[in-house]
Each structure stands twice: as structure tokens, then as C-alpha cells.
Ligand binder design. Structure first.
Ligand SMILES: *[C@@H]1O[C@H](CO)[C@@H](O)[C@H](O)[C@H]1NC(C)=O
Length: 116
């Protein structure tokens, strides 16, 4: 009898873990219009991550850019999530623009290439 209760408890504990494994985000940084044009938008597209807890920063010379907007958290198949963060900007040649994604305690920096 005791063994039986234990088995059920163990099974209940495994359920949430088997539903989804952790997955690192795939990140793309791009501008809505090509190159160095005025009144552009910097976009950071983050997909395929789990768990959903994530922090995305758009930075100009390593400082967070004000006025960025983020889409609602949406999920794809397999319980993986995706998010888009974007901010209006007029790029300056001397400046470095990047997206800093922090997931499961690990930060990665993705730099924007203006002539893509
Ligand atoms: C990236 O974001 C994390 C979390 O907000 C922060 O601690 C870190 O300093 C940032 N790195 C850069 C280079 O902006």
C-alpha cells in the first residue's frame, strides 16, 4: 500500500518536467529598412526558447535604448516561446547597436550589421 502511494507521487512530480525541456533562444537582429537610413526601426527577433522567463535589451553602445516595445509572449509548437522587441532609431555610423538576451542566467550579445 505504502509503495503504491509513493509511486503515484513520483509520477506526478515527473509530469511537468517531461512536458518541455529547456531550450536556448535563437536570435536575429535586423532593421526594418535597409542600412543607415533615417527613421528606421531596430528589431530583435527571439524564438524557440523555454522556459518563458527571458529578458531582452536593445542597446546603443551597450546602454539600453529607451522607448522599446515588446510583443506579447507567444508560443510555438513544443511549448517553445517567441518574442519580438523593437525600437525606433536613426543609426549613427560610429555607434554599435545590439540585442542582449538573458535566458537561464546567461546573457548573449547579438550585434546589428547595418549593411545586411
Ligand atoms: C545584458 O543584460 C544583462 C541583464 O539585464 C545585464 O546584466 C548585462 O550587463 C547586459 N550586458 C550588456 C553588454 O549590455
Amino acid at each position: 500500500m505504502k509503495t503504491c502511494v509513493c509511486a503515484i507521487l513520483v509520477c506526478l512530480l515527473c509530469l511537468p518536467a517531461s512536458r518541455a525541456k529547456s531550450s536556448a533562444p535563437a536570435v536575429q537582429v535586423y532593421s526594418r529598412r535597409p542600412g543607415d537610413v533615417k527613421d528606421n526601426t531596430l528589431v530583435c527577433h527571439v524564438t524557440g526558447f523555454y522556459p518563458p522567463d527571458i529578458r531582452i535589451e536593445l542597446t546603443q553602445n551597450k546602454r539600453e535604448m529607451p522607448g522599446a516595445q515588446q510583443t506579447d509572449l507567444a508560443f510555438e509548437e513544443n511549448w517553445h516561446y517567441h518574442l519580438i522587441k523593437h525600437v525606433p532609431f536613426t543609426p549613427h555610423k560610429e555607434d554599435t547597436y545590439a540585442c542582449n538576451v538573458t535566458h537561464m542566467g546567461r546573457s548573449s550579445i547579438y550585434t546589428w550589421e547595418p549593411d545586411m
